[in-house]
Design a binder for this molecule. Structure first.
Ligand code: TYD
Length: 154
C-alpha cells in the first residue's frame, strides 16, 4: 500500500477544520499511519518548498506556514498519493472544485488548508522529512476487506 504526507496548515489549525478534514480521509478509507503536531521552522520549509524558494511569494509562504503549529499526518491506502491529491483539489482555493478540501474550505492561493504530496517520489522524501521511522505504524485495520476487494489487496 502506498503512503502519502498531509500537513494541516495554520489555516486549518486557526480556523478549526482539522476534525472535519480528518473525517473526510477516514470516510474515504485511508489509514492513518502516523500523526503528530509540530512547529515548522525556516530550515524544514526551505527543504520542503525547495521548488519555490526563488518565487516572490516565498517569504509570505514561509510566515504563513510558521504562523501556528501544524499537524503532519502520514496516510496509507491503495494509490494514496493520487487519491489524497484528488480530495485536496487545485492549489488556489478559488479554483478548486466544490467537494474538494480546498474547494470547500479555502478561497485563497496561499491559505489553502492542507499540503498533500504530489507524487510517489515526493511522498517518500516528505514522510522521511517529517517523521522518524518509529513514528510510522504499519498496522492494518481488521475490516480492510470491506474497504478493498481481494484483487485490489494483492
Ligand atoms: P505548490 O507546490 O505549487 O502547490 P500545491 O500545494 O498544490 O502542491 O505550492 C506550494 C504552496 O505554495 C501552496 O500550497 C501555497 C503556496 N503558493 C502561494 O502562496 N502562491 C502561489 O502562487 C503558489 C503557486 C503557491
Amino acid at each position: 500500500m502506498e503512503k502519502t504526507l498531509v500537513i494541516f496548515k495554520p489555516s486549518a489549525m486557526e480556523r478549526g477544520y482539522v476534525g472535519q478534514i480528518l473525517t473526510r480521509f477516514q470516510q474515504k478509507g485511508l489509514i492513518i499511519a502516523g500523526m503528530k503536531m509540530m512547529q515548522l521552522d525556516e530550515n524544514i520549509l526551505r527543504e520542503h518548498y525547495a521548488h519555490l524558494v526563488d518565487k516572490s511569494f516565498f517569504p509570505l509562504l514561509l510566515s504563513a506556514m510558521m504562523a501556528s503549529p501544524v499537524i503532519v499526518m502520514c496516510l496509507k491506502g491503495k494509490d494514496a498519493v493520487n487519491v489524497v491529491r484528488l480530495m485536496t483539489g487545485a492549489t488556489n482555493g478559488r479554483e478548486a472544485l466544490p467537494g474538494t478540501i480546498r474547494g470547500d474550505f479555502s478561497c485563497s492561493n496561499q491559505e489553502n488548508i492542507i499540503h498533500a504530496s504530489s507524487s510517489a517520489e515526493d511522498a517518500k522524501a516528505e514522510i522521511k522529512r517529517f517523521f522518524s521511522e518509529n513514528e510510522i505504524f504499519d498496522w492494518m485495520p481488521q475490516n480492510l476487506k470491506f474497504t478493498y476487494s481481494s484483487i485490489e489487496m494483492e
